[in-house]
Design a protein around this ligand. Structure first.
Ligand code: PLP
Length: 451
């Protein structure tokens, strides 16, 4: 076509004038403007100036099957042509939604029964909070309403999901959290472990949940919500003692256990779900991101056991649902994405081959003077930048060492994210050994430049 293609400078000017970005300090952009991403293939991105970037974050932890999958484009095209839209309200359904629900049931742990669709992780978590309330109302326990989640947890940005989130800088602009949302400790051994072994600290962090439940009264507590591994909070890997103790506490006090699998799901930790990796038996799971590898916006809430029985068996209409719940195009793409994960056996690949290979590569950076700890599992990893390795002391908050390091990564062709001074990685599950080597090499260069 002879349509005028805007130049990068034109795009930047229009962007500055008209585009309000999520999670962006607009004033700080200044004259430099935004980075414009043009295209992507495999694990690489290209910006509008032709610079190639290895995407160590799989977008926002979501492009599990990698970029450039023709099959997903084809399925989207065919579904959009044949049934671009129809809803799943009022006793109606269509094949993509049904087949996807059945497939989700197949890959989730034993006991998971019913799948509700939404379009984002936030909507899934918001819906989950409503299902938790509804469940206890159906049980005749309407006083059981308080939601407990964790410091450093991230569950999204809608009113309820942001209230669940424990990244407190997200709250004051919006007068959050809402009432009825409480927080307990994260199992963040590197920062908070003191003299305790990881195992002792795991029990201590879990005990903060029991203390909170007793303080609030178990009869008032509805659910505990947690990511199997906290992602956006800094890839916080719980000690082995943590999850069994959490499970025991929830069982003992009749508190529903909700696993937010938005990052951990669909192979990231070397199993289908983080719950499989840690032996968690959740009552409810929420998922998004890797469900469609980010090719379409889709998420799900999966109800198990007594929650599925109560809500699925309620003798009244469920007064909740989105116009795009189970949207045929998003559902068909998610289904095809899961088939790719199955056919290429990407989950086993993460567990047995490329996950351990990445972890070994990241561990090779542990000798760097800036690195206080390297941790990870599967294709999730974190590197803690410290001012002093021996004392683990942090850099002064106003030095923004994480941001400086992130910019050096970008500068030499690697996308890594900074959570404060913790550098995190979460590449596509398809990353090759050579690409892992390149990621580790580029990260070391960035650390050298930051030091
Ligand atoms: N839950 C977790 C664990 C997440 O990491 C995220 C996003 O990063 C969300 C929920 C929110 O998902 P979304 O941004 O699709 O609303």
């Amino acid at each position: 076509s002879n349509k005028h293609r805007p130049t990068t400078a034109e795009l930047r000017a229009l962007d500055a004038a008209h585009h309000l970005h999520p999670f962006t300090d607009h004033a700080a952009l200044g004259a430099k403007g935004v980075r414009v991403i043009d295209r992507a293939e495999g694990v690489y991105l290209w910006d509008s100036e032709g610079k190639r970037l290895l995407d160590g974050m799989a977008g926002l932890w979501c492009v599990n099957v990698g970029y450039g999958r023709e099959r997903l484009a084809q399925v989207a095209f065919e579904t959009m042509r044949d049934l671009p839209y129809y809803n799943t309200f009022f006793q109606t359904t269509h094949a993509p939604a049904v087949e996807l629900a059945a497939k989700i049931r197949e890959v989730t742990p034993e006991g998971m029964e019913l799948v509700f669709f939404a379009c984002s992780g936030s909507e899934a978590n918001d819906s989950m909070v409503k299902f938790v309330r509804y469940f206890w109302n159906l049980q005749g326990r309407p006083e059981k309403k308080i939601m407990i989640s964790r410091n450093s947890g991230y569950h999204g940005v809608t009113l309820a999901a942001a209230s669940l989130s424990g990244l407190t800088p997200m709250h004051p602009q919006f007068d959050l959290p809402l009432p009825g949302f409480e927080k307990v400790d994260a199992p963040y051994w590197f920062r908070d472990g003191g003299d305790l072994s990881p195992e002792e600290f795991g029990l201590k962090a879990a005990a903060s949940l029991e203390t909170k439940i007793l303080e609030l009264g178990a009869g008032n507590v509805a659910a505990f919500v947690a990511e199997p591994i906290q992602g956006a909070g800094g890839v916080i890997i719980p000690p082995a003692t943590y999850w069994p103790e959490i499970q025991r506490i929830c069982d003992k006090h009749d508190v529903l256990l909700v696993a937010d699998e938005v990052i951990c799901g669909f192979g990231r930790t070397g199993n289908w779900f983080g719950c499989d990796t840690f032996g968690i038996r959740p009552d409810i799971m929420t998922m998004a991101k890797g469900m469609s590898s980010g090719y379409q916006p889709i998420s799900a809430v999966v109800l198990g056991g007594r929650v599925a029985a109560a809500i699925g068996g309620a003798d009244e209409e469920l007064s909740h649902g989105f116009t795009y719940s189970g949207h045929p195009v998003t559902a068909a793409v998610a289904l095809e994405n899961i088939r790719i994960i199955e056919e290429e056996d990407l989950v086993t690949r993460v567990r047995e081959d490329i996950g351990p290979y990445l972890q070994q590569g990241l561990q090779s950076l542990a000798d760097h003077p800036l690195i206080g700890e390297v941790r990870g599992i599967g294709l999730l990893g974190a590197l803690e930048l410290v001012a002093d390795k021996a004392t683990r002391s942090r850099f002064p908050a106003d030095r923004s060492v994480g941001m400086i390091c992130r910019d050096h990564c970008f500068g030499n062709g690697l996308v890594m994210r900074a959570v404060g001074d913790t550098m995190v990685v979460s590449p596509p599950l398809t990353i090759s050994r050579e690409e892992v080597d390149e990621l580790v090499r580029l990260a070391r260069t960035a650390f050298d430049l930051t030091a």
